[in-house]
Ligand binder design. Structure first.
Ligand code: ATP
Length: 463
């Protein structure tokens, strides 16, 4: 059983690979740091998380619409957003083993708070004061270089065919929300939205993270789910409180344990922010940011007005008032959500002296909803009947057919990937009652259900 936190993290990393959820990138070439691939079950989990988010943030809301903007955008956008000038992390190099390390993380480990928004000089000063207490996590040395700020934007040569393209690069987006800000006017002009309203988007983002660690918690390529909500300046904080409540409830509905979540208020706010909170999850390596819920004032649209020269103010059709909307946002990573969900659901338990691993996932997130088995593999009538049932059910649910190994092993395998229900066809099905056994993942209880009632049965179960 997982006894301590590192133990649990190691177990999840190896389980995720063994069970086809998450693979290290480019493994046959020796790996590629800070990037992970999602395997057959991992991609189902990811898609279900995204569906759940979209349903909560778009489908159920009258005041939020969706968007899919591109990864590449005009490079000036990243100047306007402050990313070209200021999106950087403080970095030091260990002089003994040459590891590159994030200063704010090293300081955090000894209980000293430093913020990535502080200037290079200020962080250098704080780091110098504490240098003797800080140890390189890789070799234990305290011999470090000076602190340097390192820009996190990933550069590209899209559409630039010159040799020295690095002088005039484009960027892979560092966050998805800029695509929302620059399309805000298009959305207002072409749809029926009126302030207050939100725009939601899911998409890839890229950051040259210095220390990419803790599995899929911090990667250089990741996916964000972001919602930017546009409000009247006087209504920003009222909307912000509502959004905080709504996002908290989302995690309750997602099925995360309440005791593993908490709010963290930002003490060092960026100059334009009104208020900022993170929702933190208790990962095996401690409470860390899962999502940011921030009140950003009019900063984003003011910056884009300045840099683009286009007026981005809003004309209220009823009051005739003209103003730059204030923005509140909710921003969360798909990978960080997946890791939280897996940590929360991964369970080792004893059943009649046997240990089982079971993924106690919210049914909506489960990669496979129903697995169908013949009791025995070498009985063609059982195989045929179970395949028939499987073929019907897969019209509505992600299903798996399995006739490998003994039935106990097949149940265990489905438990490990979080499949809520297993259906088994046995001799009684054929000879007696045209019923099958349905086994519940969590309780392991089994009940007999008539084949013709299976559809209704599952409809109720998955409602
Ligand atoms: P951190 O302080 O952990 O670097 P951040 O404050 O820079 O995160 P934001 O810019 O607010 O993060 O991004 C919003 C969300 O996107 C985060 O809450 C997180 O869920 C996700 N995210 C950000 N960076 C990464 C990353 N490198 N890998 C995976 N997810 C990320």
């Amino acid at each position: 059983m997982a006894k301590n936190k590192n133990d649990l993290m190691d177990k999840i990393v190896s389980w995720a690979k063994r069970r086809g959820f998450i693979f290290p990138s480019s493994e046959i070439y020796g790996g590629f740091s800070a990037v992970y691939d999602f395997g057959p079950y991992g991609v189902e989990l990811e898609n279900n998380i995204k569906k759940f988010w979209w349903k909560t943030m778009v489908q159920k809301r009258d005041d939020i619409v969706g968007l899919d903007s591109c990864i590449f955008m005009h490079p000036k956008i990243w100047e306007a957003s402050g990313h070209v000038g200021g999106f950087s992390d403080p970095l030091v190099e260990c002089k003994k083993c040459n590891s590159r390390l994030r200063v704010d993380h090293l300081l955090e480990d000894i209980g000293v708070m430093a913020d990535e928004k502080m200037s290079e000089e200020v962080i250098n000063e704080i780091f110098s004061k504490n240098k003797d207490k800080v140890k390189c996590p890789n070799c234990g040395s305290s011999n470090f270089s000076d602190v340097k700020k390192f820009n996190l934007l990933v550069k590209a040569n899209l559409g630039n065919f010159t040799e020295d393209w690095t002088k005039d690069p484009t960027y892979l987006r560092g966050e998805t929300c800029q695509g929302i800000y620059v399309n805000y006017k298009n959305v207002v002009d072409t749809t029926r939205v009126r302030i207050p309203f939100g725009i939601a988007q899911i998409g890839k983002a890229f950051r040259n993270e210095i220390t990419a660690r803790q599995f899929i918690f911090r990667t250089r390529e990741f996916e964000q789910m972001e919602m930017q909500y546009f409000t009247h300046p006087d209504k920003e904080m009222e909307a912000y409180e509502k959004l905080r409540e709504y996002r908290w409830q989302y995690y309750m509905d997602l099925g995360l344990k309440k005791e593993n979540l908490r709010w963290l208020k930002h003490e060092n706010l960026v100059f334009y922010a009104k208020e900022a909170y993170d929702i933190e999850y208790k990962y095996p390596f401690g409470f860390k940011e899962l999502e940011g819920v921030h009140a950003r004032g009019d900063y984003d649209l003011t910056q884009h007005t300045k840099f683009s020269g286009k007026d981005l103010s809003y004309n209220d059709p009823v009051t005739k008032e003209k103003y730059i909307p204030h923005i509140i946002e909710s921003s969360v990573g798909v990978g960080r959500t997946a890791l939280a969900v897996l940590c929360d659901a991964y369970t080792e338990e004893k059943v009649k002296d046997e240990e089982r691993i079971v993924l106690k996932l919210n049914k909506e997130l489960a990669p496979i909803k129903i697995a169908v088995f013949p009791l025995l593999k070498n009985k063609p009538q059982l195989v045929e009947k179970s395949f028939e049932i499987y073929s019907e059910l897969k019209e509505d649910y992600m299903c798996e057919f399995d006739d490998n190994g003994n039935i106990g092993k097949r149940y265990r395998r489905q438990d490990e990937i979080g499949t809520p229900y297993c259906v088994t066809v046995d001799f009684e099905t054929l000879e007696k009652d045209n019923s099958v056994t349905v086994r519940d993942r969590d309780t392991m209880e089994q009940e007999r259900i008539k084949i013709e009632e299976l559809k209704d049965y599952f409809q109720k179960k998955f409602k």
